[in-house]
Design a protein around this ligand. Structure first.
Ligand code: ADQ
Length: 484
């Protein structure tokens, strides 16, 4: 039996850790990635490496061993980051340089050499911890834009590792990427991997174009020749934990227990006889998600379709995120103002057009929202995939509901049965919302049914499995090259 293991590496560990006085609480976090990796991680001797979420300075040295022990029990190992690392590598280079650049927000992108140096240094810190745990023959799967340099750092030290890299955000077109001062270093960093995965074929194509034009390497279909290696590039659209969302919705709809306060308030507004409907949006509070645009477009819709005033309510949930980065502070202020303006303009004694929540909600409340919404309005201006769109569809156990989805989300590539819109066009937006609110039930059901079938088949576990199978297959490719 092979004793090789699979190591997952991401910026954050899939754990919630809190330290109070001398007691340490460790619980699993419930994100999509953690779910998808569950079978890989729990299998045999799998290991997950990442930052614990607590700065090094905040862990009392006398507790460090105990914290690490608890992390180890969860089959994880932590990379220690200082407050300065978090400022420069995470909030700085990852979220003020790579995030805006890769989402086509050139005007928000900062190019700070000091932060680039920190990014390199933290990628080295990750490499050190991975190398302490990885043996020749092991498989390492590196995730996302915070760790673009890690594959090369690992491959240089241990060429016999099989390394996969998956990018969860878009890879921008060459015309954007070429403006990046460290473009060659980042590309060669990624090329340490044997398999590089993206959500969509477009991101793959953009990446290969940069490889050809910036590094001038040979690309044959989706294989890159680099030194004496062949590197595979492919798209793997990420799925969701379909059963979890679908079953939670079934349980919610059949439950005899008392409804949550949120559910009661949502029910208060819904009335099919009076054509009163709920429209839902859920996002992290991020400028890529198109939140101000959505509010303005909703205002445009109400102005142009006065028959929907007092009938339609937009429930908008925004989860606080990176709230110490200046652009996010500005976005929060702009959103608050716009919601205030639109509500002030249209509200009546019995109706507020926008219900706005700026917080994270527990899973049960998310299900209340998903199952209550007649229409989901998912309109990012740029999004790697967007799992919320998929979660909404999974919870529509009666087959009703309409998904309005931005063409700029990776998810649009596999969700043709949604109403796809250009989120920058208020007319597109307004027409789609009208169409969604008026769509006959049979049409809703036929669209949702097809979408559900696809999402059920290609869920997050399947996604992880397909990536790892393709990564495993690169070993054979290596053997062919060696034999030649
Ligand atoms: P995100 O930008 O975070 O992810 P998304 O794919 O929509 O965006 O995932 C958000 C997740 O957070 C969803 O699973 C959702 O259920 C959860 N969530 C949202 N609001 C919540 C709330 N109020 N309370 C609790 N949970 C909430 C990045 C990329 C995406 C890509 C994913 C996965 O930006 O494009 O789809 O990674 O690769």
């Amino acid at each position: 039996m092979s004793s090789n293991k699979t190591i997952i590496v991401s910026n954050r560990l899939p754990l919630q850790i809190s330290i109070k006085d001398n007691s340490i609480e460790v619980s699993p976090s419930v994100g999509g990635l953690a779910t998808g990796m569950k079978s890989v991680h729990k299998d045999g001797n799998g290991l997950w490496i990442g930052w614990s979420g607590i700065p090094e300075e905040d862990i009392n040295p006398s507790l460090l061993k105990k914290v690490k022990g608890r992390i180890e029990e969860a089959k994880c190992a932590s990379v220690e980051l200082t407050k300065q690392d978090i400022e420069d590598y995470y909030l700085g280079f990852s979220n003020r340089t790579l995030w805006p650049l890769f989402h086509y927000f050139m005007e928000y992108t900062e190019f700070e050499t000091k932060e680039w140096e920190a990014y390199k240094a933290v990628n080295e810190k990750f490499a050190k911890v991975v190398l302490e745990h990885a043996n020749d023959g092991d498989t390492v799967w590196v995730h996302d834009y915070q760790l673009l340099l890690l594959p090369e750092l690992l491959k240089n030290k241990k060429p016999n590792l099989t390394i996969g890299f998956f990018l969860h955000i878009p890879f921008p077109s060459y015309e954007i990427f070429r403006t990046f001062p460290w473009r060659s270093e980042v590309l060669t960093g990624m090329l340490g991997a044997d398999l590089i995965g993206f959500h969509t074929y477009d991101y793959e194509r953009h990446f290969l174009s940069s490889i050809k034009r910036i590094l001038r390497l040979d690309v044959n279909f989706n294989e890159i020749s680099y030194h004496d290696r062949l590197i595979k590039v492919d798209s793997f659209p990420m799925g969701i934990d379909y059963d979890k969302f679908h079953n939670a919705a079934l349980e919610h709809n059949n439950s005899e227990t008392e409804k949550s306060d949120l559910q009661k308030r949502l029910d208060d507004h819904k009335d099919p006889k009076e054509n009163k409907k709920l429209v839902l949006s859920i996002d992290r509070m991020d400028y890529t998600k198109g939140i101000p645009n959505r509010i303005k477009a909703f205002e445009y819709f109400l102005d142009n379709n006065p028959q929907y005033q007092e009938k339609v309510r937009l429930v908008m949930l925004a989860v606080p995120s990176r709230s110490n980065v200046p652009q996010y502070i500005k976005l929060k202020r702009e959103t608050d103002e716009l919601v205030g303006r639109v509500n002030g303009k249209f509200a009546t004694v019995s109706w507020t057009p926008i219900w706005y929540f700026y917080r994270s909600l527990p899973f049960d409340n998310l299900i209340d929202l998903y199952t209550s919404a007649d229409v989901a309005l998912i309109t990012p201006v740029r999004d790697g995939m967007n799992l919320v769109a998929k979660e909404y569809v999974a919870t529509r156990t009666n087959g009703d509901g309409v998904l309005i989805l931005s063409e700029m989300a990776g998810a649009a590539k596999e969700m043709n049965e949604a109403i796809l819109i250009n989120p920058n066009s208020f007319d597109d937006f307004s027409n789609a919302l009208k169409k969604g609110l008026e769509m006959p039930l049979e049409e809703q059901q036929s669209r949702i049914k097809i979408l559900q079938k696809r999402l059920r088949r290609y869920d997050v576990e399947k996604w992880a499995h397909e990536f790892l199978s393709a990564l495993e297959a690169t070993k054979e490719l290596k053997e062919v090259i060696v034999a030649k």
